[in-house]
Design a protein around this ligand. Structure first.
Ligand SMILES: *Cc1c(COP(=O)(O)O)cnc(C)c1O
Length: 422
């Protein structure tokens, strides 16, 4: 046992009261509002402690037992633990836990498998894809020849016929299968078939759904995709970070691409947080959590539909609901801002074939990962739907918004958020 050590310095509240106060304010904001942004969550106190540790002080370029700096006795053990737990959690041969976040994880895949100007395919941003899957403003759209695919106009599901036709025509080096605003199960097997036919590397980007995959409530791309990238901070409920998983024979290519190809020293405090989150995700309670995320999303979706909200694809299979507010005669941004004033925090979002502009779109994107982490269930989802209905019906009624914000705060008091002092 190491003896407990005491601090010999003053705390943040004394050395920098401005930042200390802002952090305290954010704790209150996160604690007293309903967090519905589907990419957000609450990490546990344990994950916060690990990611706020002295591991942030250490340089460790390279990989465990093959570093370019000395003093790696502890860091090697941390990274090896993180890797072993993630491999067990997802059942993969290899994982690189060093990417700084989801976007750098994806860049590493391009670096591993593409040359500049090679054709690549991903779901277009307006259809629910991610910037890093080849969007024009992203480096991935500027340095590679991006061939976006979309969703069908009839039902807003991924248009696999179009994916196949474009893949045959353009012979992409990489095909991305991954989404940020798609409420349905991803068809990994169908993508595998297409990628094999045209000789593309299939990359599943499970940033949003990693926790659902780990919890067994969304099909896993393992055994189908060549490479799997993810963030660690969305449904997986870890610290802000990224990972790349792959079969053993691609391990060297991926590792070389992350370091020295793209990054310098890994963020060891984050690696420790990932190890802690992976341990939490391996516990049986995490499966129940993942199930509850999906159940809550379904209840919320049905309750909203019964109140006249239009749901993209008509419902949800996962953690998120994409609403088309056109029938409510309220733009997405107006609704999102009014909901925020009422303590209900989501985000305005484009919908497929949106007639409005991306900065002022028709949709609202909400999700259940964070409220489920607080232990909320069916009753709370029904309340939430009722509040949302009231706000969207009168987004300029400030008295109404203030009253609902108070009720939201009251509800939140009964469901303390992980990691936040009460
Ligand atoms: C969030 C997300 C990313 C990017 O993650 P960052 O950590 O924000 O860089 C990449 N791909 C998908 C599908 C995402 O949802």
């Amino acid at each position: 046992m190491t003896a407990a050590r005491a601090h010999h310095e003053p705390p943040l509240s004394q050395t920098d009261p401005e930042i200390a106060r802002l952090i305290a304010e954010e704790e209150i904001r996160e604690g007293d509002t309903l967090r519905l942004i589907p990419s957000e969550n609450y990490v546990s106190r344990a994950v916060l402690e690990a990611s706020g540790s002295v591991l942030t002080n250490k340089y460790s370029e390279g990989y465990a037992r093959k570093r370019y700096y000395e003093g790696q006795q502890v860091v090697d053990a941390v990274e090896e633990l993180a890797i072993a737990r993630v491999k067990q959690l997802f059942g993969v041969d290899h994982v690189n836990v060093q990417p700084y976040s989801g976007s750098p994880a994806n860049l590493a895949v391009y670096l591993a498998f593409c040359q500049p100007h090679d054709p690549i395919m991903g779901l277009g941003l307006p259809a629910g894809g991610h910037l890093t899957h080849g969007h024009g403003v992203s480096i991935t759209g500027k340095y590679f020849k991006s061939v976006p695919y979309g969703v069908r106009e009839s039902d807003h599901r991924i248009d696999l016929d179009q994916v196949r036709a474009l893949a045959r025509e353009h012979k992409p080096k990489i095909i991305w299968c991954g989404t940020t605003a798609y409420p349905r199960t991803l068809p990994f097997a169908e993508f595998r078939e297409i990628a094999t036919e045209v000789g593309a590397t299939l990359c599943a980007d499970i940033a949003h759904i990693a926790g659902l995959v780990a919890g067994g409530v969304h099909p896993s791309p393992v055994g189908l995709a060549d490479v799997i990238t993810t963030t660690t901070h969305k449904t997986l409920r870890g610290p802000r970070g990224g990972m790349v998983m792959c079969r053993a024979e691609l391990a060297k290519d991926i590792d070389r691409a992350v370091f020295p190809g793209l990054q310098g020293g890994p963020h060891n405090h984050t690696t420790a947080g990932i190890a802690v989150a992976a341990k939490e995700a391996l516990a049986p309670e995490f499966k129940a959590y993942a199930r509850a995320v999906v159940d809550n999303a379904k209840v919320l979706a049905e309750a909203l539909a019964s109140r006249g909200f239009r749901l993209i694809t008509g419902g949800t299979d996962n953690h998120l609901v994409l609403l088309d507010l056109t029938p409510k005669n309220v733009p997405g941004k107006v609704a999102a801002k009014a909901l925020d004033r009422a303590g209900i925090v989501g985000n305005y979002n484009s919908i497929p074939f949106d007639p409005r502009k991306p900065f002022d779109p028709s949709g609202l994107r909400i999700g259940t990962p964070a409220v489920t982490s607080r232990g909320m269930g069916k009753d709370e989802m029904l309340k939430l739907a009722a509040w949302m209905d009231q706000v969207v019906a009168a987004p300029e009624d400030e008295a109404l918004l203030a009253r609902i914000a108070g009720e939201v705060k009251e509800l939140c008091r009964s469901f303390p958020a992980p990691g936040i002092p009460v």
